[in-house]
Design a binder for this molecule. Structure first.
Ligand SMILES: Nc1ncnc2c1ncn2[C@@H]1O[C@H](COP(=O)(O)OP(=O)(O)OP(=O)(O)O)[C@@H](O)[C@H]1O
Ligand SMILES: [Mg+2]
Length: 254
């Protein structure tokens, strides 16, 4: 499958110097302008994200909802710089990332963004601890501190004692919690979490959501979730609904 590089035939002349910080408002953690992602393969063309324009303020706790195939994962991947837009722009922390060189993008991802992938993406040859501490290792945090930070998180989300297990010997829900620990352990400014509670029982989901809500409250971490989980939707202060790659509703509650 190739990612299409040809735009959908519309102009992408939006200015990159627009309103990241407006007077009296919180800065945008994320902003997109007429963002498109088109996948093309043989004769098949999928417009996964179709002209999305929105912003997420710093410190928000937002859910992207919508049916399967509506573009939630694709939009998260665009915001996280894991996939390049076909057209349009995306800013993270005021920097337009859609056209950044790979090296700069990698640096932003490492320093600023934590990911929880829909399929966990744990490295099978590394233990739970090694998976969870990975970004800290890349940042040069000493081993003892890495272990203690991971252990505290594992304790908090109910997987204490599993530090030295390989992912293949963990249940889906346990792997999912390791993936969440990996995303938040480095205290990134922005966490993008794709179905982080999908395989968890209600009590475990609730404790993960509590942890993320606490990081949101105490550190001002911005969270963007793609989810079908009613429990998580209830806790979000904003619900953005996607259908066929477009935003069809954007509801906030206090
Ligand atoms: N790499 C790819 N190549 C081709 N098509 C893709 C690719 N990734 C996603 N798509 C298509 O883009 C559309 C949006 O997919 P996406 O994974 O973003 O949906 P989603 O809302 O996350 O769905 P789910 O709730 O099932 O996770 C779908 O039609 C999907 O088949
Ligand atoms: Mg998805």
């Amino acid at each position: 499958m190739n990612e299409s590089t040809a735009g959908p035939g519309r102009s992408s002349s939006q200015s990159a110097t627009a309103d990241e910080v407006r007077d009296g408002e919180r800065p945008a953690a994320v902003r997109t302008e007429d963002l498109w992602k088109v996948f093309e393969h043989d004769d098949i063309r999928v417009e996964a994200v179709r002209g999305v324009t929105f912003r997420i303020d710093s410190g928000e706790f937002v859910v992207l909802a919508g049916p399967s195939g509506s573009g939630k994962t694709t939009l998260l991947n665009l915001i996280g710089g894991l996939t390049r837009p076909t057209d349009g722009q995306v800013w993270v922390d005021g920097r337009e990332i859609g056209s950044l060189p790979d090296r700069d993008l990698a640096e932003i991802r490492l320093e600023r963004v934590g990911f929880v992938f829909q399929a966990y993406n744990l490295l099978p040859v590394l233990t739970a601890l090694e998976n969870a501490e990975f970004t800290l290792l890349l940042r040069g945090v000493p081993a003892a501190e890495r272990r203690s930070r991971v252990e505290k998180l594992f304790e908090r989300i109910g997987i204490a004692g599993l530090e030295d297990r390989l992912p293949g010997k963990l249940s889906g829900g346990q792997q999912q919690r390791v993936a969440v620990a990996r995303a938040v352990v480095g205290r990134p400014a922005l966490v993008l979490a794709d179905e982080p509670t999908a395989n968890l029982d209600t009590a475990t989901s609730a404790s993960l959501i509590d942890l993320m809500a606490e990081l949101n409250r105490e550190l001002g971490t911005t969270f963007v979730f793609a989810t079908h989980d009613p429990l998580l939707m209830e806790r979000a202060r904003r619900n953005v609904r996607l259908v066929d790659g477009s935003i069809v509703a954007d509801e906030r509650r206090d």
